[in-house]
Design a protein around this ligand. Structure first.
Ligand code: COA
Length: 249
């Protein structure tokens, strides 16, 4: 297990901490692979009732590592790790809670569409600069976004790349609650503990009913993924990645 993803399991609650503070918790292929495998393991393990995603103070995640995007855009291998992680999220049979503080970019935002309860802090801003990077919405957000935010709210977030502050995300129903920076992890863990204490089979069925058509979601993730990979190799994307990588030189 990479030190960038820290797993703890206690009393039915699995916590998955993204821990790469020096890069604002940008996600590498190894980190996606680690998260995908523990989410899938949780599905098979009766002792785990719920997973909690969290980051470090000030950074939930800055999204996919741009160096990995750049590598693929220059002809390198992309791998299936992101896809495996998205499938593990979309197919999860157990509830997923998130504690989000600060930076929540790209997949750090679109992950929330798959979470059952997200707690975020007042300084959190959800942001998806997909189009600015020459790519397209992913993680099923093109399907779940309009349902959660309305078509225009989804356009502002997912196509315009406008930031959605936590309070507005709460008002729109994208997240569950806004709590202080010092309380966010405790609030998420407390909710997870309550989930873990409930009858698991009834919880699974209730959650399934709320999720709607998972086959359509999986199909949309596949379709977005195909377009996303094509876009990663576009000139628009390559230029955006180069601009990010060289911005401090
Ligand atoms: N991929 C790779 N490296 C990243 C990264 C990412 N997604 N996000 C941040 N980093 C790195 C920076 O390059 C920098 O590395 P360095 O110290 O070696 O130069 C370090 O993390 C700190 O980032 P910095 O930009 O200095 O912090 P900031 O607080 O000024 O800004 C962000 C934070 C998240 C707003 C900014 O880093 C950013 O826009 N990142 C890209 C987000 C993105 O587009 N993700 C993809 C979405 S699809």
């Amino acid at each position: 297990m990479t030190g960038h993803i820290i797993i703890a399991r206690e009393a039915g609650v699995q916590t998955i901490r993204i821990n790469r503070a020096d890069k604002k918790n940008a996600l590498t292929r190894a980190m996606y692979a680690a998260m995908a495998s523990v989410l899938s393991e949780a599905d098979e393990d009766d002792a785990i009732r719920v997973s909690v995603l969290m980051g470090v103070p000030g950074s939930f995640t800055s999204g996919n590592d741009i160096a990995d995007f750049m590598n693929y855009s220059m002809g390198g291998e992309q791998g299936m790790e992101v896809y495996d992680f998205l499938m593990a999220l979309a197919r999860s049979r157990k509830p997923i809670v998130a504690a989000v503080d600060g930076i929540a970019v790209g997949i750090g935002t679109t992950m929330q569409f798959h979470c059952d309860l997200t707690f975020a802090t007042p300084r959190t801003v959800f942001r998806t600069p997909f189009v600015d990077l020459g790519v397209v919405p992913e993680a099923g957000s093109s399907l779940l976004g309009p349902a959660a935010l309305g078509r225009q709210g989804a356009f502002a977030l997912l196509a315009m790349g406008e930031g959605l502050p936590a309070a507005e995300a709460r008002a729109a129903g994208l997240i569950h609650a806004v709590v202080g920076e010092d309380e966010v992890e405790a609030a998420a863990l407390e909710a997870a503990t309550r989930i873990a204490a409930k009858p698991p089979e009834a919880m699974r069925i209730a959650r399934d009913l709320l999720l709607g058509d998972r086959d359509a979601l999986v199909e949309r993730i596949r379709h977005e993924g195909k377009l996303f990979r094509e876009r990663l190799q576009s000139d628009e994307a390559r230029q955006a990645f180069m601009a990010f990588m060289s911005r401090k030189k």
